[in-house]
Design a protein around this ligand. Sequence first.
Ligand code: GRG
Length: 301
Amino acid sequence: MKPRAVATSLADAMAESAAAIERELDLLLDIGDGPERRLHEAMRYASLAGGKRLRPFLVLQSAALFKVSRASALRTASAVEMVHCYSLVHDDLPAMDDDDLRRGRPTVHKQFDEATAILTGDALLTRAFEILAEAATHSDPQVRSELVAELASAAGGFGMVGGQMLDLLAESLALDVAEVTRLQQMKTGRLIAFACEAGAILGKAPVQQRRALRAYAHDLGLAFQIADDLLDAEGDAALVGKALRKDAGAGKATFVSLLGAERARSQAGILADQAAAHLDSFDAEADALRRVARFVIERKS
Ligand code: GRG
């Protein structure tokens, strides 16, 4: 009975957080009056409705550890989700993964057009930084500046975008496990790590606690990516909401192609346990973060 109760309460917490983020994104993404409103509609299409909202959940939970105000946490969480949504819109473009379906709906370039999809990504990315820089996000400009610098580093050329470049080259590079690990840490790990550390930045947390969250995020990000590779290899496209089996089709090295599904699964389990163990210095207030570590490897979408 107990595991079921725990799972239900994490699902409830994630659903409550997803609903709050949806409301915040709705408030933060205005629609203008001019003909350019097509762009604003596409930004809302890309960000509202669907998705697990994992990164915003990590921001809200890490912020709660340090008693950060709900308004600060929600704005920061929304900025992170905007960067994530921008990356999905651009990743789906014909020049990249060329996908027709995302979160169970037509991708932005299918629903609108390619140029609008490029601009949608650009505008979501810049809106995210605008939100972090605004005084409503935190009263201390030093904190806002640190949020901006850390998110830029996580999302930029030595983070997510650099990882995406490596991913595009991966078909011709015959990467080994260490190289795939580096690629994935850049492509997905850095943004997840920012989400976990954002609460510590907002709450001006002591360095030890910030380090613990960073270590947690490192293992969580890798576990998440291995689970993503397993979903691509074995998942149900209807549940995932996008086309699957693309990595094998493209001959790309993944954790599953390099380790085999069973070793990849066991590695993900070890990483999830390790991630939770990094939070030992926190009380029950970190329980949701501990449970998320299992959620990311057990998810079906
Ligand atoms: C194009 C600049 C640029 C970057 C793209 C993150 C990324 C880099 C591409 C996404 C493609 C992809 C499927 C990556 C694998 C891991 C991942 C980020 C999956 C999607 O994240 P989820 O599962 O998605 O959290 P939801 O829809 O739940 O938010």
